[in-house]
Design a protein around this ligand. Sequence first.
Ligand code: S3P
Length: 211
Amino acid sequence: MGAVFAFWAAAETFEVFKTSEVCHNWGMERRNVVLTGFMGTGKSTVGRLLAARLGYDFVDTDELIVARDGRSIATIFAEEGQAAFRQWEAVIAQELAGQAGLVIATGGRLMLDEANAAALGRRAYVFCLTAVPETIVARLADDGGKRPLLNVLDPAQAIKELLEERREGYGRFRQMATDNKTPEQIVEEIVTTQVTVTFPRGISHNLLHFK
Ligand code: S3P
């Protein structure tokens, strides 16, 4: 009997839906979708399209920091150092964590910080966009010095080293390969990905206005 009850309770607690179903029909909240991944994996391009598709607002953390600070990322790095930029990321992560109905394209390292990931990932679906180093090098070839970490003698080598350094961190999130795909195809994959929704014990999605 105990085992049967335990099974019933557990079965009532989780249900699986497509990302788009949760974002469209979740009556109590519109969970954020957070995009993480290395520079050049398409977070901003995909994020904008995804937001339009879901009827969500789009936020790019890099753009928000530039708007708030009034300086470019390269200038913040040059004048105050990387730590000042990471401080900005922490402030923005906490702030956005309190909002819903957002697609958030995060700077490449933001979600590798534990506190940022805990805050932004808590009630959100997180996707880590990936690409092989060759794709990233090609996509960032005409970056125009916007990304200070790649403003070095050998950007291709820096990309490989940073990717290796961050492999484990990115590996914690749901992976979404972007090589040889259009942004539209990636959006389609994200909205059709099956995600788990947790309900308070004994409450089914019908009671929470799912259609
Ligand atoms: C960084 C990625 C950049 C930007 C900054 C640092 C990183 O954002 O936040 O240059 O450390 O990976 P994108 O991933 O949007 O290029």
